[in-house]
Unconditional design. Structure first.
Length: 727
């Protein structure tokens, strides 16, 4: 019997219930991962369900790995494990077994974003299309939308009618799909779509997979889309148990297809469903939680739940209003420095923002204050150029697909020009073989190119022989990196960072080989194609900057949410495009942001003129919606304006209330004193300078080359007086 004494009553009910269909509404920080893992352990340990009869679907690889690790600790002596994976990984496993019924080989290629872009580049060249007129991102979105709506190429052409732009898109769509068929390749959308299509077409295949699973559990159910839901309902069928966990208040991915109505209306598809609400929050203090609750309750389309916590604190939410984004960044940096001096680790602090462009001023503020930071979820490890190149070399050994070949044939440079590449592609199309087969035949080349191609194919075949003779994957990989000349190319160019990334990739291959000694190169490449962010940053001593979307599922001791201004957060475009639904999604996003904080939450806004919005910034409605009992206001002289429904920030002068830190006091004193012409100052970034003039709190200061004359607020914390100079 598993130990459930650590659970509250609602959690116990969610773990032990024997209902066939269950919906668990799990509020932020309510212990849903614990409930899910204990539910699985209960089924195995207490209900004697075979591990392989349990399927758990998660939203990210990170969540899947965390769940696996927890279950291993709870049931250490079990020989088998339940199926726990993302929905895309699940579909790959299903298709690897049965896709031959759809006319594809089991070792089909999985296209990632770079592969998709490569196919579009081919299409644009063939069709004489300008990438500036039809961006890759917009075309991939068009293709994805058509596939999801089950609009065939022919139907897309019909829909285009006489509209030129739409007809061009339909032609690109046609090329993309035909190229996929030639490569036996599926993109991420296809993985789910093809699985659903196969289940609908072949009853015996669907029945096989329905028999395989008796219990299906789905995490983050509020974030699934309609195609994913169709797959889940097909697998569940009429007999299997379906257990879904999610929080409608945290649906923040509708822009990529998530449908909050799926979890809201779950009882329409399953009238016998039992709903349990987990409403005790174990993460945040009472002020943070109650403040977030007072915001989200303004949404009408939600399952009502009143989250509560036993974690009491005298600390309120701190709202700070600044006169500009520069002052906002400086205040945040100063406050972080103060917290760090008091013993707070940088990695326990996060700065969240609504959109990526907002990081610019925040990064400058942290740089000026010499505070180490990292952009979480910036360029993912497996998406870095050198990593993609190295993996394409491995793909040449595993299957030699055209996309991999085109990426690495001239990396490092081998004198293979665009004309030669075009000739290879044309010959492959004419003779209906792969581009690598054209290289191996070596019939259309002459002179230097013939020798180059011969050496290249001999190199690939040598690596294939080594792989077939059982060479360990990581040793083969090191051999490839060296013999291909790729490592030497990076070293010659003194690409230190790229070399370090390559070393990290070799370590990754080595770890895979050690953890899965019986696995093949194909399996490693499959894993990598589905793998998300590596978690190397989470244990580093950095302040973490990220969008609120990237922060979903994370938590921090201290959280700063920046740029809480109307039109920025909530986002104006989201509100204009989706009306009241857009406002509700933005409010859910704010709720997610606020509930990332365990012990302290800072909400910041910037005054001044916004060039993005083309108007002065005003305070976000989400500040106003927080109950006054749970928030304190500091910073630029601000007052409630109930008629306008916002804060008015006085911009005539630099006025500050009594501030909880030293920043406001310093600004007040320095601005009042003003800087004098001829005074020597020191700036954290620009070095020593001489004041040329100072009017209305703005100083003109001459710095040494290459900085020149800069206009800086006289009270900026990065600026300090040095000594009086003779004027």
């Amino acid at each position: 019997m598993i130990d459930i004494n650590t659970l509250n009553e609602n959690q116990k009910e969610a773990v032990l219930s024997d209902d066939q269909h269950m919906r668990v509404i799990a509020g932020a920080g309510s212990g849903k991962t614990r409930v899910l893992t204990m539910r699985i352990a209960h089924l195995i340990e207490d209900e004697d369900v075979r591990e392989t009869r349990i399927l758990a679907i998660t939203f990210t690889n990170k969540a899947a790995n965390e769940m696996k690790e927890r279950i291993r600790k709870m049931l250490p002596d079990r020989l088998y494990e339940p199926w726990i994976s993302t929905i895309h990984s699940l579909c790959v496993r299903i298709l690897r077994e049965d896709i031959q019924a759809m006319g594809y080989p089991r070792n089909f290629t999985i296209m990632d974003a770079e592969d998709q872009k490569a196919v579009l580049k081919e299409a644009y060249k063939q069709l004489n299309v300008d990438a500036q007129s039809y961006s890759y991102a917009s075309m991939l979105s068009y293709i994805s939308n058509n596939k999801s709506a089950e609009i065939s190429v022919e139907h897309a052409k019909d829909l285009a009618g006489g509209f030129y732009d739409e007809a061009i898109k339909a032609k690109i769509y046609e090329y993309y799909v035909s190229r996929q068929e030639a490569l036996f390749a599926l993109d991420f959308d296809d993985l789910i779509l093809w699985t659903v299509r196969m289940f609908k077409r072949y009853d015996e295949i669907l029945a096989k997979w329905q028999r395989r699973f008796e219990y299906i559990l789905v995490d983050e159910f509020q974030d699934i889309d309609n195609v994913q839901y169709k797959l889940i309902t097909l697998l569940a069928g009429a007999r299997n148990n379906l257990y879904v966990v999610g929080d409608p208040d945290q649906t923040i991915y509708t822009w990529r297809g998530a449908d909050v109505n799926i979890i809201m209306n779950f009882e329409k598809d399953y009238p016998d469903v039992r709903t349990i609400i987990l409403n005790e929050n174990y993460r945040s203090t009472d002020a943070i939680l109650n403040g977030a609750n007072s915001v989200i309750k303004n949404n009408r389309h939600r399952v009502k739940k009143d989250l509560f916590t036993s974690r009491t604190s005298d600390e309120k939410i701190t709202h700070y209003a600044s006169v500009s984004d520069e002052y906002q960044a400086a205040w945040i940096a100063e406050k972080i420095g103060e917290l760090h001096r008091k013993g707070k680790s940088y990695r326990d602090i996060a700065i969240l923002y609504r959109s990526n462009y907002l990081s610019r001023s925040l990064e400058k503020g942290l740089l000026d204050a010499r505070i180490p930071y990292i952009i979480y979820g910036g360029i993912r490890f497996y998406e870095r150029q050198e990593v993609k190149d190295a993996l394409c070399y491995l793909r040449m050994v595993a299957g030699a697909d055209d996309l991999a070949l085109m990426r690495i044939l001239n990396k490092p440079k081998r004198g293979i020009g665009n004309k030669t590449m075009d000739a290879i592609a044309e010959e492959a199309r004419r003779t209906h073989v792969s581009m690598y087969e054209v290289l191996k035949r070596n019939e259309i080349f002459s002179g230097k190119n013939k020798r180059t191609i011969e050496n290249f194919t001999a190199m690939i075949e040598g690596w294939r022989t080594a792989a077939s003779q059982g060479m360990e994957i990581f040793r083969l990989f090191e051999k490839i990196i060296d013999e291909s000349g790729y490592r030497a190319m990076l070293e010659a160019n003194k690409e230190t960072d790229r070399i370090e990334n390559l070393k990290e990739l070799i370590d990754d291959v080595r770890e895979f080989a050690e953890d899965y000694p019986e696995s093949t190169l194909d399996e490693y490449l499959q894993l990598v194609s589905l793998y998300g962010d590596r978690e190397e940053t989470m244990s580093s001593e950095y302040v973490q900057l990220m969008t609120v979307h990237a922060a979903k599922g994370l938590e921090f001791d201290t959280v700063f949410v920046s740029d809480l201004n109307e039109g920025i957060f909530p986002n104006e475009r989201a509100m204009n495009e989706s009306g009241s639904r857009g406002v509700e999604e933005e409010r859910r996003l704010a709720y997610v942001a606020f509930t990332r904080a365990r012990n302290k939450l800072f909400l910041c806004e910037a005054g001044g003129f916004s060039y993005i919005l083309q108007r002065p910034r005003t305070s976000s409605r989400f500040i106003r919606e927080i109950d006054e009992a749970y928030i304190e206001h500091f910073g630029a002289d601000s007052h409630r304006s109930l008629d306008r429904g916002s804060f008015d920030v006085q911009l005539s002068g630099v006025l500050f209330d009594k501030d909880p830190g030293s920043f406001g006091q310093r600004i007040h004193e320095t601005a009042a004193a003003q800087l004098k012409k001829g005074e020597l100052v020191s700036h954290a970034k620009f070095g020593d300078g001489v004041v040329i003039s100072c009017k209305n709190g703005i100083a003109e200061i001459a710095f040494p080359y290459p900085h020149g004359v800069k206009k800086i607020a006289a009270g900026h914390p990065s600026l300090k007086r040095k000594a009086q100079m003779r004027s």
